[in-house]
Design a binder for this molecule. Structure first.
Ligand code: F0G
Length: 464
């Protein structure tokens, strides 16, 4: 097999992208308050800000959209989606929603309130925000290998099960409302969780009677990693692996904008049809999202999502998908550039502390590297580090992330190998210039929650 697997698709429709000069990019990022989120997308050449909702749909998905049933209640497309999702995940109740955070908003307050905690192998930012919006607090128990970017452990997304049990006992069983397993573990670098770790986590949850929820945004990439790395599962289908994970959970939230290869959509699942949460989710959905048979989506979106769930679990596709990340990782290894190794499923998480050991966490090295990459080659990534973590909701103090990452998260079926080569050239150039920078950024304005989407920054050393 070639090291870089040729794209398993042909291009039928194109969208032009515009080259810019370094001088132009320096002006654009300054005008954007050094926020990658506030750039205009047309001023970006390779957009690796996120793999969320930025995917290219297939001809099968586009044609399925024409069959969308736009009935307000009981539409055909709803039943097609629910049947497909039940078949894959095995949960009796499936609720479509407009994206992952809508599922979080509907589900998390049913388990969490002030005085309660949720424990995860790591929370993604919106999940953390919804735990806190429910009045509860987040605790994390990620395996220690995740903090060591150089260790090539196969399942760096795993829960630290001993730590999980310790946290339950320390805080008291009654105060733990929910355990969340994020697959793959985005904040740890798109790193997978093993089936054995999922089983061990579920056993602890059962022992103490605590519900277990999967944050399933990248469940398909996780299944492919498990097939490749967990000996027991080598001969299993990706559906078998997926089912084995979801059988162990009581419920799940899913941003379908990732592995289900759509531009908008989400799912919420509850294993047992008779769980009291089912009626509450339906009622909440009607209040916030729309009637429960469309959940804030168009009928045509439900069709695209049903088709995407099936395509997203295709083994050839996923072998290629993980192969592109391995390709990037292999070249970074040759150049000695630090990143969360081995490469993650949806992206490369560059170790910004390795680039800039001279810049302290409160000057946001992950953000510094993201800005430098944009200036160098028009590549847009984002900070997954202390800048994203924000402030402690109780003390207001800046939190310190375990790792200061700059994430390059790649849309599905959008870029080709030459784009990935451009990305590598940009990273290499910034790596060579890394010692020229002596300080990072300070925040000049920030909103109270999820600040990294909107905040403005200024260089600590002053402009220019
Ligand atoms: N959970 C995980 C693990 C995520 O990565 C995301 C979104 C969500 C939940 C929320 O889903 O965006 O559909 O509301 N992650 C995106 C990202 C934004 O860039 O990683 P959403």
């Amino acid at each position: 097999m070639p090291r870089f697997i040729p794209e398993p698709y042909r291009i039928k429709m194109v969208e032009p992208i515009k080259p810019t000069t370094r001088g132009e990019r320096e002006a654009y990022i300054r005008e954007a308050g050094y926020s990658l989120f506030r750039l205009r997308a047309e001023d970006v050449y390779v957009d690796a800000l996120t793999d969320s909702g930025t995917n290219a749909m297939s001809d099968a998905q586009w044609s399925a959209m024409l069959r969308g049933d736009e009935a307000y209640a009981g539409g055909r497309s709803y039943f097609r989606l629910v049947d497909t999702a039940r078949d894959i995940f095995g949960h009796a109740f499936i609720q479509p929603v407009h994206q992952g955070r809508a599922a979080e908003k509907l589900l998390l307050p049913l388990y969490l309130k002030p005085g309660k905690y949720a424990i995860a192998n790591l929370f993604f930012d919106t999940t953390r925000a919804h735990v806190e919006l429910a009045g509860a607090r987040c605790l994390e128990a990620c395996c220690p290998e995740a903090a060591d970017t150089k260790s090539r452990a196969p399942f760096k997304g795993n829960m630290d099960v001993a730590r999980l049990e310790q946290l339950i006992l320390e805080h008291g069983v009654d105060s733990i409302g929910l355990v969340v397993m994020t697959i793959t573990n985005n904040s740890a670098g798109g790193q997978p969780v093993s089936l054995q770790n999922m089983r061990n986590t579920a056993a602890v949850c059962r022992k103490y009677g605590i519900p277990l929820c999967i944050d399933a945004a990248r469940y398909a990439e996780n299944a492919m990693f498990v097939k490749l790395r967990e000996a027991e599962c080598a001969g299993w289908t990706l559906r078998d692996i997926t089912r084995a994970f979801f059988d162990l959970a009581d419920c799940f939230t899913m941003s379908a904008k990732k592995d289900a290869i759509v531009n908008m959509g989400g799912l919420l699942g509850i294993k047992r049809a008779d769980a009291p949460q089912v009626q509450l989710v339906k009622a909440g959905c009607i209040s916030y999202e729309g009637f429960y048979t469309y959940g804030g989506l168009n009928g045509r979106d439900l069709e695209a999502l049903a088709a995407g769930l099936v395509e997203g679990l295709d083994e050839h596709w996923l072998r290629y998908r993980l192969g592109t990340m391995e390709y990037l990782g292999a070249r970074l290894d040759e150049l000695g550039i630090p990143y969360q190794a081995p490469a993650g499923g949806h992206g490369i998480f560059l170790d910004a502390t390795g680039f800039y050991p001279q810049i302290p966490y409160h000057q946001f090295p992950g953000q510094v590297l993201a800005v430098e990459l944009y200036k160098a080659c028009g590549l847009r990534g984002c900070d997954i580090g202390s800048y994203m973590m924000g402030n402690d909701p109780d003390t207001g103090k800046q939190l310190r992330a375990i790792n200061e990452f700059t994430r390059l998260a790649f849309p599905r079926r959008v870029y080709t190998q030459s784009h990935y080569d451009l990305v590598l050239e940009g990273i290499e150039q910034v790596w060579q210039e890394r010692q020229a920078l002596h300080s990072g950024y300070k925040i000049t304005w920030e909103p109270p929650i999820l600040r990294h989407f909107q905040a403005s920054l200024a260089p600590v050393a002053g402009e220019g």
